[in-house]
Design a protein around this ligand. Structure first.
Ligand SMILES: Cc1cc2nc3c(=O)[nH]c(=O)nc-3n(C[C@H](O)[C@H](O)[C@H](O)COP(=O)(O)O)c2cc1C
Length: 144
């Protein structure tokens, strides 16, 4: 059984809702999922010991939440090369955050990224949201 770390940044909890559903998909696949708010990750040691990583942030003013930017600098030192990864986020209309996180995980850390690209959802409760988010967790799990 593998262990997946899901770290999320949210302001009004929609991205947390998506993270919860992704975690369900991981667990349905028979793996362990650990959920953490972005401010719980203090240094690169907090990121070590997992078999897969999912980072998520909502989009505000065309960007990810700033605490997720800090997390991405911490993750640079966590030796994530070759590990399965994915990115997600809630958005209103443009949704840049998930794509930016995804690109950093692929290009800077050299992670093995989910082939469907970043998961962008307005919320977990929108039509098809449960299936999409659980499916994202399942797809990451299939790579472990
Ligand atoms: C002040 C403000 C700015 C926002 N800017 C954007 C934006 O640039 N692009 C976008 O897609 N959504 C934007 N949104 C919408 C949020 O991304 C959306 O409400 C999302 O569900 C919030 O997720 P959260 O609950 O995880 O914080 C904005 C919302 C607010 C309140």
């Amino acid at each position: 059984m593998g262990k997946v770390l899901i770290v999320y940044a949210t302001r009004s909890e929609e991205t947390k809702g998506i993270a919860d559903l992704i975690a369900e998909g991981v667990r349905i696949s028979g793996h362990e999922a650990e959920l953490k708010r972005v401010n719980e990750i203090k240094n690169e040691e907090d990121l070590k010991g997992y078999d897969g990583y999912l980072f998520g942030s909502a989009t505000y003013h065309g960007e990810m939440i700033s605490s997720m930017k800090q997390l991405l600098f911490i993750a640079e030192r966590a030796e994530l090369k070759g590990k399965p990864g994915g990115a997600f986020g809630s958005y209103g209309w443009s949704g840049e955050a998930a794509g930016r996180i995804f690109d950093t995980m692929a290009n800077i850390y050299g992670m093995d990224m989910v082939s469907d690209g970043p998961l962008m959802l307005k919320a977990g409760w929108v039509e098809g949201g449960i299936q999409a988010a659980q499916g994202y967790g399942k797809n990451l799990s299939a790579m472990m």
